[in-house]
Write a protein that binds this ligand. Sequence first.
Ligand code: FAD
Length: 424
Amino acid sequence: MNEILLAPEDLGPSKGLDSIALLSSEERLQGRPKLCSDCGLCDSSLKGRMASTCIFVRNQTETIEERLHGRRSKPDDELRFGIHRAQYAARCLKPHPKAQWSGIVTRLGARLLEQGLVEAVITTAAAAGTRFQAEPVLARTPEEVLATAGNKPCLSPNLRLLDQVRDQGISRLAFIGTSCQVHMLRALEPELGLDRLYIIGIPCSDNVTYPDLQYFLTQISRSPETVVHYEFMQDFRLWLRHENGSIERVNFIDFPMDKLHGIFPSACLSCFDYVNRLSDLTIGYMGAPLGWQWVLARTEAGESLFELIRPELEFGELISIGDRTRAMPRYIQGLTRPPGSKRPPFWVRKLVAYLQRTRGSKGLEFARAIIEMKLFRNLNYVRSKFPRFEARVVPGHVYRALAPYAETYRAVFGLDLKPPAERP
Ligand SMILES: Cc1cc2nc3c(=O)[nH]c(=O)nc-3n(C[C@H](O)[C@H](O)[C@H](O)COP(=O)(O)OP(=O)(O)OC[C@H]3O[C@@H](n4cnc5c(N)ncnc54)[C@H](O)[C@@H]3O)c2cc1C
């Protein structure tokens, strides 16, 4: 049968969670490590450095944090959000109409070029003829950066452009990307010979390949082909904007997980850096109130990036409402359900969605909740699918962040929340 003749909804997810395989069905990725997020390094002449830099071969987050900050994360929020000097709820005074949120990321990239602070910006455009297929670009003008506004919510091999950086003699570079890409880049940084490297990080979780993104939309939206923008919002709903401007809202609890089971790559389920801890400046939304962006300045360079964009921003208040620790034991218990279980009945989902919207955690507490949930889910994924990898791919801060739930975890799974070397 010719696959090209099939609609995405007929194809099904490209890979089951249980298969210990390479990403999706992409032939291009064969021969890569079992855990691969297609960061692009292996498409470049730096491929030989993969084994010593890849986050899924050996997670070096804590070592790199020590190099960047001279210390490890303090207890509490730094364990979840990463080391930071300041955080803000902000948005552009004049939002970019095509931005994912208000466009702080691309505005900042454009300003860096305008002011001659960098010669190029690595950013992610949409491939020609598509809305969402990621295509890394080496932008040399502010206009080229601004044209990349908006998420292409799928894996993007941004690091393959490092060869072009070298070939074009670029020595001052800005990089916009996800945490797996940023880990490789930081690990390589000392040997890249750049005079300046600014890293603008976006939080990232549960990324997918482009075919799986198309499949996801067919399962979620009433009109997948007209979706122009979508985001997983802080009100526990997915908001999808259509070509005609209408907004479709789908409760997370209403997602058909039995059909989506299997679309997330093994690598993303083995990732422990939701918040892009190794960036200079992380720009997301999940710790800010609905409608605002969440910005974390981590390094001195990150603070200077923020000062550059500050005049173009308005500021909101960072809030923290709710108590995630009360709901977390139920979440941990829920991890014992087989992945892809059927949804609860309609009335239960309706009630849960209502409670999440009205009583759920908000602001920084929402971010803490969602980060801890992903840490638990991914730790369990590694322990069940790749137990021999745990010592290499799970960084120490994960165990320290989750320590308050150690007793519950032990009661549910009969296992300690400790690294393999410290377990009996
Ligand atoms: C797959 C994915 C998952 C995300 N999940 C979260 C989340 O759970 N919580 C959260 O707070 N934030 C998340 N973000 C970040 C958030 O959605 C926004 O991208 C961010 O807040 C910047 O908004 P903006 O309006 O300033 O960006 P814009 O000015 O619109 O610029 C967006 C930038 O994102 C880059 N980009 C787009 N797609 C990709 C990609 N596939 N890989 C690498 N870079 C890309 C573009 O190059 C562009 O520079 C996620 C982003 C992606 C791509």
